[in-house]
Design a protein around this ligand. Structure first.
Ligand SMILES: C[S@@+](CC[C@H](N)C(=O)[O-])C[C@H]1O[C@@H](n2cnc3c(N)ncnc32)[C@H](O)[C@@H]1O
Length: 223
């Protein structure tokens, strides 16, 4: 049976016990909210489109999760605005490695141009290359899974199997587009088969296009 986490996934992460989910995921300094909204607008107007990019509400939740969790590695599956967001959220902290991956060479080139404009000289890795040489991710890493053509979620769904060991070893997975029945079915299968937990973030990420996200993670031992 699938065990939904009714309170907060943070209860399973002893080092984060004190935070309340709705408060910590939606509260943000005005200057950070304005910066995120402004770059998101620029990104959607000039490089992508709202329907292809993560929503503003999901961006704020991701920003807060990164700031609180301070992950050693952020794996950004599906490059674009989330790549900039990962750099923005870690700008004042040291020691976070950001790995951005995408399946389309054209898209990688376009996003590298966008990132370069924001003084981020990061190479985006092709999905196939990443799949063939998947690195180990340390405990507490953060994975944003927003990969693939939004008209066809098969890559998003199949990419979950690549993430099993990461989540088992303590990575936290932010999975977007749960409103799509096929994505939700794949997420539930992934959770059930691995006895993972999930936190429904619908109340904090639901946007005007009906999209929302889940957090998926393995139960952690408190020691
Ligand atoms: C789902 S988006 C990931 C977006 C990223 N996480 C973000 O928040 O912006 C990644 C995929 O969408 C496709 N894509 C994004 N914008 C597109 C556009 N304007 N037209 C066609 N395909 C696009 C690319 O092929 C890419 O592989």
């Amino acid at each position: 049976m699938i065990k939904k986490v009714t309170e907060t996934f943070l209860l399973h992460y002893p080092f984060l016990k004190s935070f309340q989910p709705n408060v910590y995921l939606t509260r943000i300094k005005k200057e950070d909210r304005l910066a995120i909204e402004s770059v998101h607008r620029e990104y959607c107007d000039n490089y992508s489109d709202q329907i292809f990019s993560i929503s503003n509400r999901a961006s704020i939740a991701i920003y807060n999760l990164i700031c609180f969790c301070k992950p050693p590695v952020i794996l950004d599956l599906g490059s674009g605005f989330t790549t900039w967001l990962s750099y923005y959220a870690t700008r004042n902290s040291e020691g976070t490695t950001i790995i951005s991956v995408d399946s389309s060479y054209d898209w990688i080139a376009k996003n590298e141009e966008f990132l370069h404009k924001h003084n981020i000289d990061s190479a985006i890795i092709n999905y196939q290359t990443f799949k063939e040489n998947s690195p180990n991710l340390p405990y507490g890493s953060f994975i944003i899974n927003d990969i693939g053509d939004p008209g066809n979620f098969t890559l998003r769904e199949s990419s979950l199997s690549l993430l099993t060991e990461y989540v088992r070893n303590g990575a936290i997975l932010f999975l977007d587009d749960i409103h799509k029945p096929s994505v939700k079915a794949a997420a539930l299968k992934f959770i059930r088969e691995n006895n993972f937990r999930f936190q429904d973030l619908c109340s904090v990420t639901f946007d005007h296009l009906g999209r929302y996200s889940w957090l998926i993670f393995a139960e952690q031992n408190e020691s």
